[in-house]
Design a protein around this ligand. Structure first.
Ligand code: PMP
Length: 409
């Protein structure tokens, strides 16, 4: 048996702890701005109409069963998932330079990618450190640490402008040892909502190419950020055009509202070369071994739903409409919040609320202000001042703005 003190008490996951506190709060005014899940204007989870349709189709299919998927997952899903990121006309796909594996949503994709790199990213004399943006999605730290890869940070958020610290970021990437692994959020950076412009991505790519760094894209919000699937894949496509070898963790939690179904993919894209297809085949064979020992094979239902939509023209078009509904509502809430704060004359500048994009906004509120919002106004958000824009709606945005106004003054 374990010695009595062998297993120390671990702290509760901060975000899930926040959700628990919110649920226990009995105030009718309570507002949940913690969790990164889309909510409709009534603060309710939203099953995408196109997902409902795909669900109907699957349920009415007499052939539907609950058999195992292959180790690499549902091919009709992973192949369309790769096209979504790279575009159907991608040279990488035509040249068979892409290995795709279905994973346990984006988290599983980050993990499988981390595990793969921890085993095989062995460039002679090169760094194996994974550089993460400061700040980043908190889980990145433990995902990469757990597979034995050292982690480090690069500057990202500029507290003064509440925008991107592009110079600091480039300097850190230039100072990192050659061949470092650089984790990049493809779009809708979590937690800041701050994305580089395409011109800035080009500058970042230039530094990374000069240093032979390895890009690890985490793409959890394609289509959810701008409402445009191609635009949200812009950074990844730029890096591919520039000839990078890279990997991508892809989640369908947000853009399909399939959070609990755990639909995602991990993709390896070899750089163009005469033996790229052969390298890709070898990578796929090793990913299969890792997948087998980790999960055997991935969950089937969410992948089938996404596959049904991705492989049907009409449903695909409807999905794009659903994406616009979600991204549009969030953008409208950004505008409403900024307008209300400016109308109240709340001290500070609030343009960052509308400059930022995606699920989250880094408000600039201090931890003390966040705690006051919670104790006095029943408003729940993470201590770093991040709010989930999806938690705001036409009924609570004024209440939230007035509360912010009070705690800021
Ligand atoms: N990466 C980032 C940056 C995220 O914000 C999220 C969702 N919070 C994920 C990955 C993975 O989420 P999931 O495992 O639910 O797909």
């Amino acid at each position: 048996s374990f010695p009595a003190d062998a297993v120390p008490q671990a702290p509760e996951d901060a975000l899930f702890g926040l959700m628990r506190a919110y649920r226990a709060d009995e105030s009718p005014d309570k507002v949940d701005l913690g969790i990164g899940a889309y909510r409709d204007d009534n603060a309710k989870p939203w099953v995408l109409p196109v997902v409902k349709k795909a669900d109907e189709i699957l349920r009415n299919d007499p052939e539907l069963n609950h058999e195992y998927l292959p180790i690499a997952g549902l091919a009709s899903f992973t192949s369309r998932a790769a096209e979504l990121l790279l575009s159907p006309s991608s040279p990488a796909l035509a040249e068979k330079r892409v290995a795709s594996v279905q994973t346990i949503s984006g988290t599983g994709a980050c993990h499988l990618g981390g595990l793969f790199l921890s085993k095989f990213y062995k460039v002679a004399g090169a760094s194996r450190t994974v550089y993460l943006s400061n700040p980043t999605w908190a889980n990145h730290n433990q995902i990469f640490t757990n597979v034995g890869l050292p982690i480090a940070q690069y500057p990202y958020f500029d507290k003064k402008t509440k925008g991107l610290d592009i110079e600091g970021m480039k300097r850190a990437l230039a100072d990192a040892p050659d061949h470092s692994i650089i984790l990049l959020h493809a779009c809708a950076h979590n937690p800041t909502g701050v994305d580089p412009t395409l011109a800035q991505w080009r500058e970042i790519a230039e530094v990374m190419a000069a240093k032979k760094h390895f890009p690890f894209f985490d793409c959890a919000y394609q289509g959810f950020a701008s409402g445009d699937l191609d635009r949200d894949a812009g950074a990844i496509r730029l890096f591919l055009e520039l000839g990078f070898e890279l990997v991508i963790a892809q989640s369908f939690a947000k853009n399909f509202g399939l959070y609990g179904e755990r639909a995602g993919c991990f993709h390896f894209v070899a750089s163009p070369s005469s033996n790229a297809a052969e390298i890709t085949t070898r990578v796929a064979s090793q990913l299969a071994i890792l997948q087998r020992s980790e999960i055997s094979n991935p969950p089937i239902y969410g992948a089938k739903i996404a596959s049904t939509v991705l492989n049907d023209k009409a449903l695909f078009a409807e999905w794009k409409e659903n994406l616009l509904t979600m991204s549009g509502r969030i953008i409208a809430m950004r505008k409403a919040l900024r307008a209300k704060l400016e109308e109240l004359g709340t001290p500070g500048t609030w343009n960052h609320i509308t400059d930022q994009i995606g699920m989250f906004s880094f408000t600039g509120l201090t931890e003390a202000q966040v705690l006051k919002l919670r104790s006095e106004f029943h408003i729940y958000m993470t201590k770093n001042g991040r709010i989930s824009m999806a938690g705001l709606n036409t009924k609570n945005v004024d209440y939230f703005a007035r509360a912010v106004d009070k705690v800021v003054r």
